[in-house]
Design a protein around this ligand. Structure first.
Ligand code: UDP
Ligand code: MG
Length: 318
């Protein structure tokens, strides 16, 4: 009876040619260590997310040398969130460990993750003890975003928790069932539920290349996160509209009464312009918020696949 379990280590890769060797080496050393090799089979699944450098050739090279390495080649750059779904679709393990290809996630905590998995946890997530050398502004903005998101949604969104985690097959199957195109995977992990376990780790700095998420990228992710998980901005804009209308009505009564009692010498240009501009601004914001949701509806109703596969281990896919 073969009861050996298989572990998939999955990394989305975008322009990571310089990190892949190191990543493979570290993963291989760990998986071949006595403790793990005696009990588990493994694969390293690399998802090439339309890299513009030689990442694909590198992956091919690694696979030629060791068929523990598998790679999925997407037809273009679909973004990390979508690339991860491709990884979940092609992973064959009993559990999947998601880690960045840039070695910011320490391989050394993986045995501990596996230990918790064996103890019956379905989702062992890494929580950053420190956020590494990010700029002050980026840290601040991330924290503000997390607390904003948490306040507006009913499910618990974990702070300082990234994509570094071990997922049981059950979680992977659940995530595969969620095929929305504007993905905010960090929220989806929480949404699916299951038994979770936190594991603290120190995030290293990126060793090679540079981060592909700038402020605009993070802002987009933040908007996807909020609009994907809560409709409370719509509620807030209705409530704001109601409050402003009420104030306007009170002001209207006051103005009318004053005019009837004392007459009205024409004046009031400043008041008028202030009110018009203020209300105009409120309306534009509210329309913008509605637009965000309409845009999401538009994108989801097209029902396009989340990604397109060019090849899996160099076998062409339709
Ligand atoms: N990544 C990807 N597609 C993209 C951008 C990034 O697959 O369009 C991968 C990247 O190769 C890395 C991970 O996502 O493995 C995290 O990216 P990065 O290190 O640039 O982000 P950061 O760590 O700064 O959040
Ligand atoms: Mg990184």
């Amino acid at each position: 009876m073969d009861s050996r379990k298989k572990i998939t280590i999955m990394s989305p890769c975008y322009n990571e040619e310089r990190s892949l060797d190191k990543l493979y080496q570290e993963v291989k050393d760990l998986m071949n260590s006595d403790l793990i090799a005696s009990r588990y089979d493994w694969e390293l699944l690399l998802v090439n997310d339309g890299s513009r450098d030689n990442s694909l050739e590198k992956m091919r090279e690694l696979r030629n040398a060791d068929d523990h390495v598998c790679f999925v080649n997407l037809s273009r750059n679909f973004g990390k969130e979508n690339a991860m779904l491709a990884g979940f679709d092609y992973a064959t393990g009993d559990c999947v460990i998601v880690m960045d290809a840039d070695l910011q996630h320490p391989v050394s905590v993986i045995p501990e993750m596996i230990g918790f998995w064996e103890d019956g946890y379905d989702d062992v997530y890494g929580k950053r003890r420190v956020r590494g050398t990010e700029t002050w502004l980026r840290k601040k903005l991330c924290l503000t975003f997390y607390s904003l998101l948490q306040k507006t949604t009913r499910i618990e969104i974990l702070q300082n928790v990234g994509d570094f985690r071990l997922l049981d097959r059950r979680c992977v199957e659940s995530l595969r069932a969620l095929r929305e195109t504007q993905r905010y995977t960090k929220g989806l992990y929480c949404w699916i539920g299951y038994k979770k376990k936190e594991l603290l780790y120190d995030q290293a700095d990126r060793q090679e290349g540079k981060s592909s998420f700038n402020y605009i990228g993070l802002l987009n992710l933040a908007i996807d996160g909020i609009t994907g998980f809560t409709t409370s901005p719509l509620r807030i804009s209705s409530v704001m509209g109601f409050i402003v209308s009420l104030a306007a009505f009170v002001y209207l009564v006051i103005t009318l009464t004053k005019t009837i009692l004392y007459g009205e010498p024409v004046q009031g240009y400043p008041t008028l312009i202030c009110v018009i501009l203020f209300l105009g601004g409120c309306q534009l914001i509210a329309i913008g918020i509605i637009g965000e949701y309409v845009g999401r509806i538009f994108n989801e109703t097209k029902n396009r696949p989340v990604y397109i596969i060019d090849s899996y281990n160099d076998e062409k896919k339709l």
